[in-house]
Design a protein around this ligand. Sequence first.
Ligand SMILES: Cc1cc2nc3c(=O)[nH]c(=O)nc-3n(C[C@H](O)[C@H](O)[C@H](O)COP(=O)(O)OP(=O)(O)OC[C@H]3O[C@@H](n4cnc5c(N)ncnc54)[C@H](O)[C@@H]3O)c2cc1C
Ligand code: FES
Length: 253
Amino acid sequence: MPLLRRDSMGPSYHVLTFEAPDAIDASPGHFVMVRGATWGDAPLLPRPMSLLEGGLRPSILVKVVGEGTRRLAHASTGEPFDLLLPLGRPFAACPDDRTPVLVAGGVGVAPLLFLSRQLTAAGKRPIVLYGGRTAHDLPLDDELAEVADVRIFTEDGSRGRAGRVTVGLEEALGLLERRAKVYTCGPDRMMAAVAAIAASLDVPCEASLETPMGCGFGVCLGCPVERTQGGYLYACVDGPCVDARSVVWEKQQ
Ligand SMILES: Cc1cc2nc3c(=O)[nH]c(=O)nc-3n(C[C@H](O)[C@H](O)[C@H](O)COP(=O)(O)OP(=O)(O)OC[C@H]3O[C@@H](n4cnc5c(N)ncnc54)[C@H](O)[C@@H]3O)c2cc1C
Ligand code: FES
């Protein structure tokens, strides 16, 4: 599948849009295994990325952390890619009597922007608590503001409220008298804190796991996540979107 365009937001964040031969039937929370068709041996394995949208122009948001994401960040228009998609278990629907409250950390915004667009199109505009270390760690914030009631938090106070996004979550759930459903994606430490708050208030919460993966479809057993009920779930086939109460978060950090 050729790359249609790459939109870069500084050196760290890049949106890649591909040209699909047939429409991709994807839902928020689905992911893609992506690898350049001309990459050679390094990196050998494809990289998992949440889908920003499906259809004829599937897209992803990439944060540069290592060799695979660096190559994605430098991809050129027309470059061929191997994409396996849509994969995994997407987010479940928000019950009619609950307000969706989304908690995003940095690049974890990708599946939550897809979800916000879908919820708003269905007449259920969500509240999104969006946190980053600095003002530079909030990619796609403008796009998010078009489809959600966004509240920004930065750890250094350079944008929005100073502090962690979890402070906003306690406030929002209190104001909604717990009639909410929480969806979260971001660093494990943030998701662990979000899951703990939701559980303490008995509010349902789904988390999109970003466990490192090898195959993406249940064959390599390389993505185990310890379950509270005992044993393991496999993030690629049992997730990435899971009930946050089913994860032993201490083992994820
Ligand atoms: C379902 C799923 C959805 C994802 N969605 C996105 C997305 O939308 N956008 C995005 O930018 N990234 C996303 N990721 C994470 C992304 O897959 C990794 O950042 C990427 O594989 C790193 O590849 P690399 O070759 O650049 O880095 P590597 O060279 O493999 O690793 C560089 C450094 O990053 C660390 N690392 C690698 N993978 C992860 C990970 N999954 N979580 C935390 N640390 C990691 C390594 O330990 C190492 O320190 C997602 C992961 C999963 C499983
Ligand atoms: S990534 Fe291979 S089993 Fe999950």
